[in-house]
Design a protein around this ligand. Structure first.
Ligand SMILES: [Zn+2]
Length: 301
């Protein structure tokens, strides 16, 4: 990246209220300046350009991140012992509070806990105003750190069908957590995909794309008997399987409209594992066998 400081026109941001649109506008302006958004998002440069006068790492257990706004300028504090990918996300979250107009109208002193910086929209109807602004700050941070165009370019370079090892590579390139990248990865695939994060064989977080069939699996239950993942738990960190087709009933109680299910797992440190499940749905309009090939491979080649 060039040494020129990031320049952001606040005029262009002024009318935007949607967190993702604000992040996309920042990307647009950065692309205009540099040609593309650097894969490691220039958070310090953006902060300076939008009116953050100081960013400090603070040795504290009281919060993950804090933002204080005074006379239109902001100061950000970040808990110093956060790992780099977590720090990036918290930094983006506090920038979100600063840039989303409705947040600064509500208050000018934010202290955000680890719960605040991890809350996601769950579709439940009643959320408090305070939960809403934390969710919005997280949506902003996620979008800011992984710009659409640059993600798609890097995903295309990896080519082919979904592969769990891509998630680790892409997380490293964009300096974000593998969990966060997993969600971006499955949301961008043509086929319905899910990622199941487990520890010691117990599911900790299932993530799925919008069109993924109901998985029926919840946090706290064991990986299903007969799954590829359940059979690989004793392998060393870094080990991963190839993509394998597996009986749909292993993962789904009542598989419907599913042509095939593919599973792949990567073993991580301390008993963690990440499983990628890809479903080939039955296409009701499919008339010739090879149309499926076209549909699944069009995007990344
Ligand atoms: Zn917050």
């Amino acid at each position: 990246m060039t040494a020129d400081p990031v320049q952001i026109s606040m005029m262009e941001l002024a009318d935007l209220g949607n967190p993702r649109r604000i992040a996309c506008e920042l990307h647009r302006q950065i692309r205009n300046q540099y040609g593309s958004v650097p894969l490691r998002c220039p958070l310090d440069g953006i902060a300076k350009a939008v009116g953050i006068v100081g960013v400090k790492d603070i040795d504290t257990k009281a919060f993950e991140g804090t933002l204080v706004i005074k006379d239109g300028k902001g100061a950000i504090g970040l808990r110093s012992s956060q790992c780099p990918v977590r720090r990036n996300f918290t930094f983006g979250h506090e920038l979100g509070h600063f840039l989303i107009p409705s947040h600064r109208l509500r208050k000018n002193d934010f202290r955000c806990s680890s719960k605040d910086t991890s809350i996601r929209s769950s579709g439940k109807k009643s959320i408090t105003t305070f939960e809403k602004i934390e969710i919005e700050a997280n949506e902003f941070a996620a979008k800011l750190l992984v710009p659409d165009r640059e993600f798609k370019q890097e995903r295309r370079k990896l080519g082919g069908l979904p592969d769990v090892t891509h998630i680790r590579k892409l997380a490293g390139l964009f300096d974000v957590s593998q969990e966060m990248m997993a969600k971006v990865y499955i949301d961008n695939d043509d086929d319905p995909c899910a990622v199941v994060i487990s520890k010691d064989g117990i599911i900790k977080r299932p993530l799925w794309s919008e069109e993924f069939p109901f998985l029926g699996l919840k946090k706290g239950v064991p990986l299903p008997y007969g799954s590829v993942s359940a059979g690989e738990l004793n392998k060393a960190a870094g080990h991963h399987t190839e993509v394998e087709e597996i009986d749909a009933e292993v993962w789904f109680d009542r598989p419907q409209n599913i042509d095939a299910v593919h599973e792949q797992v990567i073993i991580q440190i301390d008993g963690w594992a990440m499983t990628l499940i890809r479903v080939e749905p039955t296409d009701p309009d499919e008339e010739v066998d090879d149309s499926d090939w076209n549909r699944r491979t069009k995007k990344w080649r």
